[in-house]
Unconditional design. Structure first.
Length: 264
């Protein structure tokens, strides 16, 4: 199994600085890998008591049946992971009437983020042999789009099973870019409306006056070990924007995907 070597955050210690209301219904933050999972999780954690946060496992299909307690209606928890759409996962979430959030990202930027993560020492797994300049950056980007035989799935497969297949089933779809946009303009009225809607799945009895401080605490980049600024041992120079040809390859590999997710 791949390993992620990241520095632990201190948000559990900061959580009691805010008055917390018990969670009345289970909430699951699901995401396409490398779509701001930790950012979303950390924001939500500032609105839920630590005792109701499921820290035992980052939930995925291989371990789902070992961690069904995360979805208990009797003992509601906030949990997170990369849970593929399947019969087992759909039944588990529906049975407990879990509030389900699915986080996505512009596939163009996702290719860059995934390549950056895989080439860092923060990630350790089956493609470590590609580090150290063994392949060119363009070759690495293409591998992120088309996958690596028996080692890594394609962009289309990942987005299909982690996000697209969940659409239309009552999930709350959230675009990473929208979260970042409102974080950067958090003093504007539109930001409060956005985050109030985003966090509505928690069914808070009232919107806390200190909502802004909670969100800024949870979204602090220093608290995310997988944020690009905190990746360890990244020597490759990944561009800030996907090259034009690779953008065209994304459209070839997953036609219609960006439009479906709301990227135009």
């Amino acid at each position: 199994m791949p390993r992620v070597i990241a520095k632990p955050d201190t948000l559990n210690d900061l959580n009691p600085n805010f008055a917390q209301v018990p969670l009345a219904q289970p909430v699951f933050i699901n995401s396409v890998p490398k779509c701001g999972t930790h950012l979303m999780r950390n924001i939500f954690r500032m609105f839920v008591p630590v005792a109701q946060q499921y820290h035992k496992m980052f939930i995925q299909i291989p371990v789902l049946h070992q961690h069904l307690a995360a979805f208990s209606a009797e003992s509601p928890m906030l949990s997170w992971g990369h849970l593929l759409f399947s019969d087992d996962s759909a039944i588990a979430l529906r049975k407990a009437k879990v509030q389900h959030v699915v986080v996505v990202r512009d596939p163009y930027d996702w290719v860059l983020a995934r390549a950056r993560f895989f080439l860092s020492d923060t990630f350790q797994g089956s493609i470590d042999h590609l580090k150290g300049g063994k392949v060119s950056i363009d070759e690495m980007l293409n591998m992120m789009i088309f996958g690596i035989y028996q080692k890594a799935p394609t962009l289309n497969e990942i987005f299909t099973h982690n996000a697209v297949a969940w659409m239309g089933t009552g999930v709350k779809l959230v675009r990473y870019e929208d979260v970042v946009k409102h974080l950067k303009a958090i003093d504007k009225p539109e930001a409060e409306l956005f985050f109030k809607d985003l966090l509505s799945v928690l069914n808070l009895p009232h919107w806390p006056d200190d909502w802004k401080e909670r969100i800024l605490t949870g979204s602090d980049r220093k608290q995310s070990g997988t944020h690009r600024e905190n990746l360890v041992g990244l020597e490759a120079e990944i561009p800030d924007e996907l090259p034009l040809l690779q953008k065209q390859l994304v459209e070839y590999a997953a036609p219609g995907l960006r439009h479906l997710l709301g990227y135009y």
